[in-house]
Design a protein around this ligand. Sequence first.
Ligand SMILES: NC(=O)c1ccc[n+]([C@@H]2O[C@H](COP(=O)([O-])OP(=O)(O)OC[C@H]3O[C@@H](n4cnc5c(N)ncnc54)[C@H](O)[C@@H]3O)[C@@H](O)[C@H]2O)c1
Length: 336
Amino acid sequence: MSTPTYNLNGRDIIVVGGGGYIGAHVCKMIAENGGTPIVFDNFSAGHEHAVKWGPFVDVDLRDRADTIAAFRNHDHVESVIHLASSIEVGEGERDPAGFYDNNVMGAINLLMAMRETQTHNLIFSSTCATYGETQNMPLLESEIQNPFSVYGKTKLAIEHLIQSYHKAYGLNYVTFRYFNASGADASGDIGEEHDPETHLIPNALKAAAGLGSKMKLFGTDYDTPDGTCVRDYIHVNDIALAHIEAIRAMDAGLTNAELNLGTGEGYSVLQIIKAIEEVTGLPVPYDAGPRREGDLTKLYANAAKAESVIGFTPQHSSLENIIQTAWNFHKTKWGV
Ligand SMILES: NC(=O)c1ccc[n+]([C@@H]2O[C@H](COP(=O)([O-])OP(=O)(O)OC[C@H]3O[C@@H](n4cnc5c(N)ncnc54)[C@H](O)[C@@H]3O)[C@@H](O)[C@H]2O)c1
């Protein structure tokens, strides 16, 4: 990981969803900057083995009374990072009720608990999936938000909820719209472990390792140079770093911001496959099929606002580093 960026001075920070992929990296970064992450999670998708830098509190955000009680037990805490969410886009289409319940109701309960305990600072994990199909690349934060998926709609609803809390109750917030989180910590002890895994890089690495079937490539007729979708890949430790920078900026008086977290660089699916073949020295077997419903042609960030508002610039997000660190993590996990 990188050198410490801001001294958190032994401060406790609640990390909701800290047992998940991005949450574990955020917790490690908090610890490396002198703070203590207190993980609130229900392990519906996260992992006990990924919680190692501070205490764990077993709480399901859907349970309002339990969520409020958990906050009451930690009412000295000033800053909360909220990463807990249902994230599998297809599941949202099949079960919108469950998705809205977990994401939106969970956020309502979290915000109520924060208000009850006068916890004033929130950093929220939103997504580039809150934008709609547009030709206006790179995407600015001011772009119209018109999400296609239930997942994106739940995240946009939470963004609006947070804005209302800011206006009416003085909640301070930074909403990050992450682009594609990827890579793993250089130590190799934490990385991406979703089940099911729908993200391109781990699935392509799995195919390269000869585990399971060929990778599925959805759509080769998009209006891009090689016909495959273009995305913006940001290293998970850069995402973690941005959270520390957001805490620093809020300490210095920042009251509200919506910020893209991306690199500004777009790579197509075929470019990612080629880069994986170069890093691993292995071919990536894939089957090219029709487009998948809901996939937008291109999504990449204008990353300038995060730099100007919180002083964040990516440090770990070269494509080679993303793929190398992900490969190191998965090789160990899969024993290949
Ligand atoms: N991974 C990406 O590329 C990406 C991109 C954009 C936005 N995001 C957002 O970042 C956040 C973290 O993503 P991730 O990839 O680490 O996901 P993840 O599934 O690995 O982590 C989510 C964590 O939240 C916990 N959780 C879920 N529902 C909960 C509930 N009701 N109560 C308590 N804990 C609960 C899970 O157990 C898990 O530990 C999510 O909010 C996601 O929408 C991720």
